[in-house]
Design a protein around this ligand. Sequence first.
Ligand SMILES: [Zn+2]
Length: 171
Amino acid sequence: MEILDFKHPSLRTKANLVINFDDNLKKEIFELEKFLRRRKDLKSVSAPVVGISKKIIIISKRMLKKKTKDLHILINPKITSTTFEIEAVEDTCELFPFIKEHIVRHKGIHLWYQDLNGEKHTIELKGVISRIVQHETDHLEGILLIDRIPENIRKKYTDQIRLYPEEVIRR
Ligand SMILES: [Zn+2]
């Protein structure tokens, strides 16, 4: 399991909903967990960034507390509402190791998701977990960190993203 090159077109597609909660899914999740444990620099990973087009997010257990411990595996996660309040916090992405910028995100979110058995849950999140989920659900929709950077700041990175195919940049 490896992180795709940031120019890979599949990173720009919407990931598929998980429909079968079967052994194959458990195997993929096991591999994603193994990958995340190995990459200690990452707080979380979404399946599309390693080339699996499915709505799956794994959040590192070290980022989770008692209240949020069930958020280790998120299947078909959907942000159902957000706070009006926003905040700009530094964010990074495994696809763009050369980018470190403040990204504007909602302070709080309501999240709907399924667990490994297909059971449905909702939870209200704020703080770092809320930001992680907003980053990773972007990946499930084909939205990348560079899309969230204001254009005047994105210019700083022109050299590094020069080879990025035009048609792949959305905004
Ligand atoms: Zn990312």
